[in-house]
Write a protein that binds this ligand. Sequence first.
Ligand SMILES: Nc1ncnc2c1ncn2[C@@H]1O[C@H](COP(=O)(O)OP(=O)(O)OP(=O)(O)O)[C@@H](O)[C@H]1O
Ligand SMILES: [Mg+2]
Length: 153
Amino acid sequence: MAAKAERTFIAIKPDGVQRGLIGDIIKRFEQKGFRLVALKFLQASEDLLKQHYIDLKDRPFYPGLVKYMSSGPVVAMVWEGLNVVKTGRVMLGETNPADSKPGTIRGDFCIEVGRNIIHGSDSVESANKEISLWFKPEELVSFKSCAFNWIYE
Ligand SMILES: Nc1ncnc2c1ncn2[C@@H]1O[C@H](COP(=O)(O)OP(=O)(O)OP(=O)(O)O)[C@@H](O)[C@H]1O
Ligand SMILES: [Mg+2]
């Protein structure tokens, strides 16, 4: 059960929201069989985004990245399931959409690295950090999906 309760932080970036891709993106995680744990629609503050991307603070694109991420509302989510961090990254595709295969979210829906529509945690450790940065503990919802025993053996 514990492995099946792994969690990741997924965010639909401002371009994904503006381009009307919220439903398509959520659908992929739902139909895969991952369980929604938390979801909110918000305009993130610059402070929150600076903290979220703190590991990239010395990269030349960091100021532009924070500006892009704060340029409109985002959908912040937590998804749960077996290997959801790694599988989530596979579903997203490569950081640069040009390297992302068709069938991945970035491969299907976007073109440039600076407008790559979605974020996904890159490790269990960063997932835990990001979840606690974006959500209060009481915003995380526990329930057993009625499909659980049809998704896991
Ligand atoms: N060379 C670049 N030029 C412009 N933006 C970039 C560049 N490299 C990365 N970014 C932006 O910074 C984000 C974070 O970069 P990171 O290296 O963490 O990639 P990632 O883990 O695939 O993406 P994310 O953390 O958003 O899921 C990228 O998703 C992209 O939006
Ligand atoms: Mg990253």
